[in-house]
Design a protein around this ligand. Structure first.
Ligand code: ATP
Length: 233
């Protein structure tokens, strides 16, 4: 579904990505792990189109989208849940969800809302409340649900567990697994390597702008280099 070939990206003279190769097949859950500053966020921003690419190519379902505008990537079904949740605090939970579906209309949107509420009853309970009054974990769930309202083909998740209490981290990862079971293709960027690789079909390890390892999630969890550098074992 997604194929990244020799991707490079710069901030001025600083090279943030140095020839990244990566693929994601339809229905897969692929994790990207790496330390602070490795280039994980930059890679996601290149895929969603808000960060300029200086070399290489990004193909989505065989189509070259390397220079496509962010909104045309959204139209193709690529949707990003940004780091730090970023729900619209003063708007109600329900309005946040509806905004996710702004490109769609009508009864289908109402059906989707009901589906989200069934899946996450706490969002239903608080649907009239300003989103800013939700807990951190609930805001993260809302941000993911808002993205799902757009019916993405590929969902990009940037550090969904960041800053959450351990109990909520578990809840977020359960949610990500649920999405996979329902057929969403997912690219999960995480500093929590243990949890991410534990649920991923495959994973990539990024160091200083380049992929240094890629394998199944299970194999990476057993990899000596991963254990030492990312799992603290
Ligand atoms: P984190 O987990 O901290 O978000 P990351 O793996 O996502 O880290 P990036 O944010 O993609 O890493 O950063 C990759 C490199 O690019 C780093 O060396 C960082 O200092 C640099 N960088 C990121 N954003 C900018 C910017 N706006 N201007 C200049 N350099 C930047």
């Amino acid at each position: 579904m997604l194929e990244i070939q020799g991707l490079t990206s710069h901030y001025g003279r600083i090279q943030a990505l140095e020839g990244v190769d990566l693929t994601i097949a339809e229905g897969e859950l692929v994790a990207l792990v790496g330390a602070n500053g490795a280039g994980k966020t930059t890679l996601l921003r290149c895929i969603s189109g808000v960060q300029p690419v200086t070399g290489g190519r990004i193909l989505f379902e065989g189509r070259d989208i390397t220079r496509a505008a962010p909104q045309s990537r959204v139209a193709l079904g690529i949707c990003q849940v940004p780091e730090g949740r970023q729900v619209f605090g003063p708007l109600s939970v329900e309005d946040n969800l509806k905004l996710g579906a702004f490109r769609r209309r009508g009864k289908r949107v109402a059906d989707d809302l009901e589906r989200m509420y069934t899946r996450f009853p706490v969002l239903k309970e608080k649907r009239k409340q300003p989103a800013g009054t939700l807990s951190g974990g609930q805001q993260q769930m809302l941000a993911i649900c808002r993205a799902l309202m757009a019916h993405p083909r590929l969902l990009l998740l940037d550090e969904p567990s960041m800053g959450l209490a351990p109990l909520l981290v578990g809840e977020i990862f359960n949610t990500v697994e649920l999405l996979k079971e329902q057929g969403t293709t997912l690219f999960l960027v995480e500093q929590n390597a243990y949890a991410a690789l534990g649920i991923a079909d495959r994973g990539y390890v990024l160091e200083t702008g380049g992929v240094v390892l890629s394998d199944t999630g299970a194999a990476l969890l057993e990899n000596a280099r991963v254990k030492e550098a990312y799992l603290g074992l």
